[in-house]
Design a protein around this ligand. Structure first.
Ligand code: FAD
Length: 451
């Protein structure tokens, strides 16, 4: 069989290549880094995590992204395998040592006899063959132009933001303390995975004032179109109301100040471990578009961070995605040019895991097609299927926005199982059903691919 070509070796691209290789179909990844960089990537490694070091909740009974982890593992995902090997304690979340993780994925993918990697920027969409476009939110300009020409539809550009990273040894542990919210976690390490900085009311009010007053990087005209709510800059949350942060990332619940157990903090800033050594911590939820000079001053107002050294300040970035509901068929092919599939964040899913999952699926679909097989439709009640259904038809094309996986995308449970039952039971119902459907689909895949 002819090789499948994949543009972009990020979360989606590596999964697509891995899925092809597992199905016995050769894959070629065309990756522009390290020759051509982006402002967010730092390395030439495949599957680089550009911001948070977390794949979010690993709870596959009560959480949709945890379920997605489960489905990906069942399908032989390379990112999930390497995430498990380089996991860091983070309560119920699947956090990893980002450099070790990317290095391991890179070694596995480059080392597979059926996968090759070409270091080049693709500047135009190819006219034939079998291709998967997985160039992500920071698709290079030339290729973005070519995609726009091919789709005839407009790209949307909007901004997410990077949370700042602090050197652990510059945090004042005489003020801050280690504790995961509600002491979550199996081990002592996990129960103490976060560093917490308490604020009293006066501190909080002064901090909000400083956030509001700080100099921001301005949006250019039209750039805020399609702004994604899931990654709001901290100062934008503060603009929405003085209490918003106290009920969001700074909520003081489930935490007891080790230095003053009887004093309930008015708000708490949490920092999450960012590397295996435990030398770096990111400020959870503090993605920002404040100017760099302003950031250091504002964040050093946080009790415990007075002398903080920043390994990386927050930043802003563009996100490129296509209007998938209009453009893609249910096999992720561009309707107008079916030799081109799209996968990853560029299809309008949001997040590392979602992007990786869509890459894995595109790889499976392309590999089956290359072998002359047609896979049965992906069940819509699975996490993978729910995402696919959303981007290829479920979402309203006119208001299409990037989407994280969530139970709201799943078909409702039969009345008897949803009804007046509690949320926990409902979520368990979703995840049980998804696991059964996914397992059945995967075994069908094997049978079909072997034909
Ligand atoms: P990527 O992982 O970006 O991979 C695309 C690859 O294509 C890159 O390696 C790039 O170099 C390459 N490429 C681009 N153009 C070309 C070309 N023309 N030719 C060849 N190669 C090309 N998600 C989260 O879950 N958590 C976060 O904290 C988070 N933070 C983010 C912060 C930033 C700054 C950005 C931009 C995104 C963030 N995301 C985050 C969103 C998103 O989930 C990730 O970007 C994810 O990596 C997307 O996977 P992908 O494979 O679609 O794209």
């Amino acid at each position: 069989v002819d090789a499948i070509h994949i543009i972009g070796g990020g979360m989606a691209g590596v999964e697509a290549a891995w899925a092809c290789a597992r199905a016995g179909v050769p894959a070629v990844i065309h990756e522009m880094r390290p020759k051509v960089g982006t402002f967010a990537h730092r390395t030439g490694d495949l599957a680089e995590m550009v911001c948070s070091n977390s794949f979010r909740s690993d709870d596959h009974e009560q959480n949709a992204v945890g379920l997605l982890h489960w489905e990906m593992r069942a399908a032989g995902s390379i990112t999930m395998e390497m995430a498990a090997r380089h996991r860091l304690p983070a309560g119920g979340a699947l956090a990893v040592d980002r450099d070790a993780f990317s290095a391991a994925v890179t070694a596995a993918v480059r080392g597979h006899p059926l996968v090759s990697v070409v270091e080049e920027e693709m500047t135009a969409l190819p006219d034939d063959g079998s291709w998967i476009v997985a160039t992500g939110p920071l698709t290079s300009g030339a290729l973005a132009k070519s995609i726009r020409q091919a789709t005839g539809a407009e790209h949307l550009a909007f901004f997410d933001a990077i949370a700042p990273i602090v050197h652990a040894d510059t945090i004042d542990m005489g003020v801050a303390w280690r504790q995961s919210r509600y002491d979550k976690g199996e081990t002592e390490e996990e129960r103490t995975a976060y560093i917490n900085c308490p604020m009293d009311r006066a501190h909080y009010e002064a901090f909000i004032d400083a956030l509001l007053a700080a100099e921001k990087t301005e949006f250019r005209e039209g750039e805020t179109a399609g702004y994604f709510d899931g990654c709001l800059p901290v100062e934008v949350m503060a603009e929405r109301g003085r209490e918003t942060l106290r009920f969001g990332p700074m909520k003081p619940v489930g935490l007891t100040n080790a230095h003053a157990p009887d004093v309930k903090p008015y708000a708490v800033v949490q920092l999450r471990r960012d590397n295996a050594l435990g030398t770096l911590y990111n400020i959870v939820g503090f993605q920002t578009k404040m100017k760099h000079g302003a950031q250091a001053a504002v964040f050093r107002m946080i009790p415990g961070l007075k002398d903080a050294g920043f390994a990386r300040l927050g930043g802003i970035h563009r996100n490129t995605f296509i209007n998938s509901p209009t453009l893609l068929d249910d096999r992720m092919r561009l309707r107008a040019r079916p030799w081109l599939r799209f996968a990853g964040q560029i299809t309008g899913v949001e997040g590392y895991v979602e992007s990786a999952a869509m890459g894995m699926l595109a790889g499976r679909l392309a590999a089956a097609e290359a072998k002359g097989a047609t896979l049965p439709p992906v069940p819509a009640a699975t996490a993978v299927g729910a995402l696919l259904s959303h981007i290829t038809g479920g979402a309203d094309a006119k208001t299409f926005q990037p989407m994280n996986v969530n139970f709201g995308l799943f078909p409702p449970l039969p009345e008897a199982r949803s009804g007046r039952r509690g949320r926990a039971e409902r979520y368990k119902g979703y995840t049980d059903r998804a696991k059964a459907d996914w397992t059945a689909w995967l075994s069908g895949t094997v049978a079909q691919a072997a034909e």
